[in-house]
Design a protein around this ligand. Structure first.
Ligand SMILES: Cc1cc2nc3c(=O)[nH]c(=O)nc-3n(C[C@H](O)[C@H](O)[C@H](O)COP(=O)(O)OP(=O)(O)OC[C@H]3O[C@@H](n4cnc5c(N)ncnc54)[C@H](O)[C@@H]3O)c2cc1C
Length: 425
């Protein structure tokens, strides 16, 4: 079902009389003169960018929307662990962008390499330039391979991958797992929080273990976690490791890798040098590179982007909005949440161009399924309501499962099909 803007605003509480929160309202959160034939450039056609571009056109048919993305097709991170577990193929998680132009979105296949926020111009590697009234940045995360000594060399030699962006590294890692001998060791790591998809690494450990159990039962997984404990759904994952994969997963908390050696196939932490046959080290992360270019990677250590959470406009650079994983907030870094950022932002931009105030009390939600085997999954689901002076407050009715169930495995796939359709159909 497609939500029209009136339905969305009803759900998200628009229309309630309220003034904007001091300290949260930024440059353009208040009413102003309407903008005729406004132009929005959206950078990145992942969960946040594609959804925002589509809903901008649906809710603001007078807005000219240009969406810039280098990839031919969308490859989903959600369900990419299912590819590693041999449950899905790369084709299953690859979706076309062909429907987006049907909404009147101008799609440009290119990289953004220059952003001039004073002149409001974006330039691409291919040499094209686009002016904007408002710019939306949804570039996902930059993986800090520079934080792990030897990573770049080992990655270039195909000896280590993160596979934390859906695409060629997902396919390569699956191939390496298939080629690994029975009795081999798979070493993977979890970055220190905050990072993209907190349950993702633990789901990955479960699905690789599920594959090993069937195809290479003598094999082992060493899971090096930079965090002091399982960072998401601990009961679900620890229960699965004990009940389904006893003796197969060696979980080591507080073990962030600081070096990788592709020649000796070794990962080093402050406690140990760990040898493996397949190395999957996921380094720490920060907001995508273009956020630095636009001057919006503006938190105290230049890692994430602080935004006005009613409009997703940068707190420091006017007319630049940031969505998805790049945003600094208490909300989870998930695809589901990126699509919710996108709808709140699209609605706010439509209001601002019309000279009206954006919705003062939006509501966003997150649902995240994690498979723990090839036929069972658990979930976490939460609703967050914006409250003046507090930001997004978790509502009481959310929850998480502590055990994998078959019905949630079915729902997990349905969730993915629905969200891909919402973004891209
Ligand atoms: C293994 C794994 C499992 C996951 N499972 C789930 C799940 O079950 N549920 C869930 O909700 N989330 C899940 N996630 C998290 C989810 O994938 C991310 O939170 C989501 O992709 C964030 O959306 P985004 O729009 O911020 O970034 P992305 O979806 O990564 O999109 C960013 C886009 O920007 C483009 N881009 C970057 N720089 C430029 C540039 N300079 N010029 C032009 N384009 C650019 C990129 O090519 C990319 O297409 C998972 C993640 C992983 C790694």
């Amino acid at each position: 079902m497609t939500l029209n803007r009136r339905d969305f605003l009803k759900i998200s509480g628009a229309g309630a009389a309220s003034t904007l929160v001091a300290g949260c309202a930024s440059h353009s959160a208040g009413p102003a003169a309407a903008t005729a034939n406004p132009k929005v450039v959206v950078v990145g056609a992942g969960f946040g960018g594609a959804t925002c571009a589509k809903y901008l056109r649906m809710w603001g048919p007078n807005i000219e929307v240009t969406l810039i993305e280098p990839n031919d097709k969308f490859v989903s991170c959600p369900l990419s662990n299912w590819v590693l577990g041999g449950i899905k193929t790369m084709d299953d998680i690859t979706q076309s962008y062909d429907n987006l132009p049907k909404h009147g979105i101008k799609m440009v296949k290119d990289w953004v390499v220059v952003i001039d926020t004073k002149s409001r111009i974006v330039q691409t590697k291919g040499g094209a330039a686009f002016s904007y009234d408002r710019l939306v940045l949804a570039p996902g995360v930059e993986i800090r391979t520079d934080f792990v000594k030897g990573y770049k060399e080992a990655e270039a030699a195909g000896k280590v991958v993160h596979a934390w962006k859906g695409g060629p590294q997902t396919a390569l890692l699956r191939k390496q797992l298939e080629s690994m001998p029975d009795g081999g060791v798979f070493v993977m790591s979890v970055p220190t929080a905050p990072y993209r998809c907190p349950p993702g690494p633990y789901e990955r450990a479960c699905l690789v273990a599920s594959y090993f159990k069937k195809a290479k039962p003598k094999s082992k997984i060493i899971l090096l976690d930079g965090n002091p404990d399982v960072a998401s759904k601990p009961a679900l994952f620890k229960g699965a490791w004990k009940e389904l994969y006893a003796g197969m997963i060696d979980y080591r908390p507080n073990n962030a890798p600081y070096a990788v050696n592709g020649d000796t196939m070794t990962v080093s932490t402050e406690f140990d040098d760990v040898k493996g046959d397949v190395l999957n080290v996921v380094p720490k992360q920060r907001a995508g590179e273009i956020c630095e270019m636009a001057g919006v990677r503006n938190d105290s250590d230049g890692t994430w982007c602080a935004v006005n959470l009613l409009t997703f406009e940068s707190t420091t650079v006017p007319n630049v909005h940031v969505l998805g994983d790049s945003v600094l907030s208490n909300l989870p870094k998930s695809g589901h949440m990126a699509t919710n950022h996108a709808k709140v932002c699209a609605s706010a931009i439509v209001e601002l161009f019309a000279g009206r105030k954006p919705d003062p009390i939006p509501v966003v939600a997150n649902t995240c399924y994690s498979a723990v085997s090839d036929n069972s999954a658990g979930y976490v689901a939460n609703v967050f309501r914006f409250e003046a002076g507090k930001g997004y407050v978790t509502q009481p009715d959310g929850g998480a499962t502590s055990k994998g169930e078959e019905i949630n495995f079915v729902y997990a796939e349905a969730w993915a099909l629905n969200i891909w359709s919402d973004m891209l159909s």
